[in-house]
Ligand binder design. Structure first.
Ligand code: FAD
Ligand code: FES
Length: 279
C-alpha cells in the first residue's frame, strides 16, 4: 500500500509528496525514478525519487502540474493511496569524486537534480549549482540546494530573483572569469538542456543530461522512450535517463515529445471540465 503520508505545496504548480514505499526507499539511488498511476483512469507517469528515508520506509516525489495526471495527483490528500507505483527504475547516476562539478537545473528539473547534487557532495566534489526558472514564484528547493552547494546561483527570466536571464547567462559569466569545471550535469526543459549543454560542450567539459521522453511501461518493452544517442537507439527508461549530452539527438527528442500534445491538451481540458462540473 503506497499511502501518501505528507503533502506540501512548494509553489503555485509544484507539490512535494511523501509516500510509503519501504522496498523502494531501501534500494533507490540518486538519478532513479518511479512510474506511478494515481487512480484507475489515470495514465502511468514517471517521476524522479527526490529523496528517501529507508529506516522510516518512505520516498518523496516533487512534481509540477502540467496535465491531467499530475492534476489528479495534486488533488490527492494525506491518507490516500496511490493505485500503482513501480520502482526504482532507470540507471543510477554515476557518482564519484570528479573534482569541480557544475550542476544546472531549470524549472521542475531542479527536483531531480537535488538528489544528484547531494550524492556528488557526499562523494567529496566541490559543487557549483545554478538553478533557474521563469520567475521567482516558480523556483523550488532554494534552501536545500544552497545547503549542499559550495557556490550557488539563481537566475530568473524576468529578473524577479537572482540574475536576470537564463542559467546559461551565469555559466557564461563564470567561464569569462576563468572558472574551470571537471564535470557537469544539466536537467530541465529540453530546449534549455539543448542550448546549455552545447555551451558546456564548447567549453570542453564532459556533461550529462537527464532526458524526459514519454514513458509508458518503464521496462524497455514499449519503445515509447526511444532516444538517439551518438546515432544509436537507446531506451531512456532502462539505459538512462542520463546520457552523454554531447551525443543526444535533441531535435528528435523535441519532435517526439510534442507528438501527443493535441491529445494531452484534450485530456487536461476534459478533466478540468469534469472538476468544474463537480463544483
Ligand atoms: C525519467 C523522468 C523523470 C521525471 N521526473 C519528474 C519529476 O521529478 N517531477 C516532474 O514534475 N516531472 C517529472 N517528469 C515529467 C513527468 O513525467 C510529466 O510531467 C508527466 O508525465 C505529465 O503527465 P500529465 O498527464 O500531467 O501531462 P500531459 O498533459 O499528459 O503531458 C504534458 C507533458 O508531459 C510530458 N509527458 C506526458 N506523459 C508522459 C509520460 N508518460 N512520460 C513522460 N513524460 C510525459 C510530455 O512532455 C507532455 O507534453 C519526469 C519524466 C521522466 C521521463
Ligand atoms: S518506457 Fe517503454 S521502453 Fe521505455
Amino acid at each position: 500500500m503506497n499511502e501518501i503520508i505528507k503533502t506540501e505545496q512548494l509553489s503555485e504548480f509544484v507539490y512535494r509528496f511523501r509516500i510509503t514505499a519501504p522496498r523502494i526507499a531501501k534500494k533507490r539511488k540518486a538519478g532513479q525514478f518511479i512510474i506511478l498511476r494515481p487512480e484507475e483512469d489515470s495514465e502511468r507517469i514517471p517521476l524522479t525519487i527526490a529523496d528517501a528515508y529507508p529506516s522510516e520506509g518512505w520516498i518523496e516525489i516533487i512534481f509540477q502540474i502540467v496535465g491531467r495526471t499530475t492534476q489528479q495527483l495534486s488533488a490527492m490528500n494525506e491518507g490516500d493511496t496511490i493505485l500503482d507505483l513501480a520502482g526504482p527504475l532507470g540507471q543510477p547516476t554515476h557518482i564519484t569524486n570528479f573534482g569541480k562539478c557544475l550542476c544546472i537545473g531549470g524549472g521542475v528539473g531542479i527536483a531531480p537534480l537535488y538528489p544528484i547534487v547531494s550524492a556528488l557532495k557526499d562523494a567529496g566534489n566541490s559543487i557549483t549549482t545554478i538553478i533557474g526558472a521563469r520567475n521567482k514564484s516558480l523556483l523550488i528547493l532554494e534552501e536545500e540546494m544552497n545547503a549542499r552547494s559550495d557556490r550557488f546561483f539563481i537566475t530568473t527570466d524576468d529578473g524577479s530573483k537572482g540574475t536576470k536571464g537564463f542559467v546559461s547567462t551565469v555559466f557564461e559569466k563564470l567561464l569569462s572569469e576563468g572558472e574551470k569545471f571537471d564535470y557537469a550535469i544539466v536537467i530541465g526543459p529540453v530546449i534549455m538542456m539543448k542550448v546549455t549543454t552545447q555551451l558546456i560542450k564548447n567549453a570542453g567539459i564532459p556533461c550529462m543530461a537527464s532526458l524526459n521522453p514519454i514513458m509508458v511501461d518503464g521496462t524497455g518493452m514499449c519503445g515509447g522512450c526511444r532516444v538517439t544517442i551518438n546515432g544509436e537507439t537507446k531506451f531512456a527508461c532502462v539505459d538512462g535517463p542520463e546520457f552523454d549530452a554531447a551525443g543526444v539527438d535533441w531535435d528528435e527528442l523535441i519532435k517526439r515529445l510534442t507528438s501527443y500534445s493535441v491529445f494531452e491538451k484534450d485530456a487536461t481540458e476534459k478533466h478540468q471540465c469534469r472538476l468544474r462540473g463537480m463544483a
